[in-house]
Write a protein that binds this ligand. Structure first.
Ligand code: FES
Length: 102
């Protein structure tokens, strides 16, 4: 995969020194990375989607955060149910989930 259709960046709360700390990590964002990857695999869209664990986006109070490109859609206050819906409607269906945008 050289250029995926969608690139999902999920906040893993890493600081510049590599230390993981922060709101998203405390709200189980690592599990959300795994949830994105599992949903993408289950939907057989792995060739279209890449998921990357990132550092802090600087809006911790709205975490857990995920940003989906190429549209640049920012999602906040995520949980596993919301990730499932984003995978279904946005990554598979092509329509961002407005209710979870921040
Ligand atoms: S820790 Fe996720 S936005 Fe800051």
């Amino acid at each position: 995969m050289v250029s995926p259709k969608y690139h999902v960046f999920v906040c893993g709360s890493s600081r510049i020194n590599g230390t993981q700390m922060g709101a998203c990590l405390n709200k189980k964002s690592v599990a959300l990375v795994q949830k994105f990857m599992q949903e993408i695999e289950d939907r057989d869209i792995t060739s279209d989607c890449l998921v990357t664990n990132t550092g802090c986006f600087g809006i911790c109070d709205k975490g857990p955060i995920a940003v989906v490109y190429p549209e640049g859609v920012w999602y906040g206050n995520l949980d596993e149910d919301k990730v499932e819906e984003i995978c279904e409607k946005h990554l598979e269906g092509g329509v961002p989930v407005e209710a979870y945008r921040i």
